[in-house]
Design a binder for this molecule. Structure first.
Ligand code: ADP
Ligand code: MG
Length: 173
């Protein structure tokens, strides 16, 4: 875990590691929080969202929403639902407002894959989560690869106290 400009940077070595970061993050999330995810195909956006689902204790499974753009996973524990959106198929001209995300934003933790520059206008605060494949190995015998996750908090929700909580939650990962 590192920091700079409020950005937390974490490296994982396999998919379970990426899920574990998400589980840890889920502990500080609450209803109304929005995660904007950016990173190329196969970077681990859906894998990360699976960890969020585990951490939040929602009804699964969290999967790539191939045929639907949005999936709602209700909480099994009385907490906020997880709203999982994949904006990829909206294309460049697609309008996120058509999804009517506003209806759920306040009651749920909302994650939007390919959400960068598409959903920030809907909220005052959000977490930008950038995923990178630093060195692509493509070894068929070992599907695990390193990933770099960068989490950048934005807006009043992520004031100094909340940022400290976030950093603390992610430190042992
Ligand atoms: P995206 O949603 O960004 O397109 P996915 O999460 O669907 O990406 O796919 C990521 C793929 O990469 C999965 O098959 C996962 O098992 C694999 N993988 C290998 N190493 C990692 C890692 N460190 N973190 C996340 N996923 C990883
Ligand atoms: Mg995906």
């Amino acid at each position: 875990t590192g920091s700079g400009n409020g950005t937390l940077e974490i490296r994982t070595v396999d998919a379970d590691g990426t899920r574990a970061v998400a589980v840890a993050l889920a502990a500080v999330l609450r209803a109304g929080d929005l995660l904007v995810m950016d990173g190329p195909l196969g970077a681990g956006k859906t894998t990360f969202t699976q960890g969020l689902g585990d951490g939040l204790g929602v009804r699964g499974p969290v999967a790539s929403p191939t045929f639907v753009i949005e999936r709602v996973h209700p909480s099994l524990a009385g907490g906020p639902a997880l709203v999982h959106v994949d904006a990829y198929r909206l294309g460049g001209g697609g309008d996120i407002d058509d999804l009517d995300l506003d209806a759920d934003l306040d009651q749920a933790v909302t994650v939007v894959e390919w959400g960068r520059d598409r959903v920030e206008h809907l909220v005052d605060s959000y977490l930008l989560l950038e995923l990178e494949r630093p060195d692509q190995v493509d070894d068929p015998d070992d599907p695990d690869e390193p990933r770099t996750l960068r989490i950048t908090p934005s807006g009043q929700r992520w004031d100094e106290v909340a940022r400290d909580q976030l950093a603390a939650a992610l430190t042992p990962v």
